[in-house]
Design a protein around this ligand. Structure first.
Ligand code: SAM
Ligand code: SF4
Length: 326
């Protein structure tokens, strides 16, 4: 069992398969020159499997594959197939553009739930945000997943000045489609030029939704990162990921493994321990995992004030989101 000093049990691992991506979202990827991880530093397929097994042995029950964009990793089908033999719930966070090519892989691996990122329903804005003209393909793939009975969570990063005019359109989508839309408050990472004034909080978004819809609060579970709502009679739900305005660190059960094999005990933590190096040198990986957990901070990686208006992005030491694995 992986317990930290605050009594939190960690049974959910996110593995980043690559720092590469076929999109260029500015809030995720540094606008300055991006330095890719050298191939030799990336976890090989067998190394990912060995580390996953170690985590499962320590009580991990759920693994999410992420990136960068996990579906650009060439060995994605083999990896999925191999991981599906382990006693663990498998899931995925993706930008959705390659889903149609990996649908059979996901079905065979027994994946039931997929998180797809989509920040706008407008083709032009999509191109501006991702620097790729792929809105239609992503949207078609979301519908494909729904037709194939996957549970689809749709992640939209809420950027102040952009989300306001679309938030009600996103909520309207949940009338007929059983989609679970989640508005994520904009978070600070290296190179993403975060400023508190670019954050729109859940409370502000809720006010906008409330002008157009009746809504009910749904029950949230202890480890949920979301605060969930539904318009009565609608097929889907909507929710807010309130990292900035009301963090949910008290219920955290998540650990991360970066594509270069570093364990991160928190999305915002600056401390990393090199599991891949230890594995390659025949050292005790389990001891390193426990050490990492013992160093986990109570909240926000110990790096910024829970009042996001006081957060100083220049003082935060971290990777860019694309290199962490969201
Ligand atoms: N490429 C995949 C995707 O876009 O879903 C997986 C990796 S991406 C880093 C994982 C999630 O992090 C996405 O939902 C993305 O929108 C979110 N994300 C990236 N940067 C963010 C930021 N600065 N604030 C909030 N969410 C962010
Ligand atoms: Fe790529 Fe996902 Fe980051 Fe966009 S959010 S640049 S799709 S990793």
């Amino acid at each position: 069992m992986l317990q930290d000093n605050f009594g939190r049990i960690h049974d959910y691992l996110r593995i980043s398969l690559t720092d590469h991506c076929n999109f260029r979202c500015s809030y995720c990827m540094p606008q300055e020159e991006m330095e890719w991880m050298p191939q030799s530093k990336l976890m090989r397929k067998e190394e990912i499997l060995t580390l996953a097994q170690t985590f499962i042995g320590l009580g991990v029950k759920k693994i999410r594959l992420t990136g960068g964009e996990p579906l650009v990793r060439k060995e994605f089908p083999e990896l999925m197939q191999a991981l599906s033999r382990y006693p663990v719930e498998l899931t995925l966070t993706t930008n959705g553009v390659l889903i149609h090519k990996q649908l059979e892989t996901l079905k065979k691996a027994g994946v039931r739930s997929v998180n797809v990122s989509l920040d706008t329903l407008n083709r032009k804005k999509f191109l501006q945000l991702t620097r790729r003209d792929q809105f239609e393909q992503v949207w078609e793939n979301i519908l494909l997943l729904l037709r194939e009975n996957f549970r689809v969570k749709l992640n939209a990063v809420a950027l102040h000045g952009l989300i306001e005019e679309e938030i009600c359109d996103f909520v309207s989508l949940t009338e007929k489609l059983p989609l679970h839309v989640r508005f994520i408050e904009f978070m600070p990472f290296s190179g993403n030029h975060w400023q508190s004034k670019k954050v729109i909080t859940a409370a502000q978004m809720l006010e906008l939704v409330g002008k157009n819809f009746e809504m009910i609060k749904l029950e949230d579970k202890i480890h949920d990162t979301t605060k969930k709502y539904q318009v009565p009679g609608f097929a889907g739900t909507f929710a807010f990921i309130t990292t900035m305005s009301e963090n949910f660190c008290a219920g955290c059960n998540r650990i991360r493994l970066t594509a270069d094999g570093k364990i991160k005990n928190c999305l915002f933590g600056k401390e990393e321990l090199d599991l891949l190096g230890a594995l390659r040198n025949g050292e005790d990986v389990e001891a390193l995992i426990r050490l990492s957990l013992s160093r986990k901070h109570q909240a926000l990686g110990g790096q910024f004030d829970p009042d996001y208006l006081k957060a100083n992005p220049d003082a935060i030491q971290n990777r860019s989101m694309i290199k962490i694995g969201g």
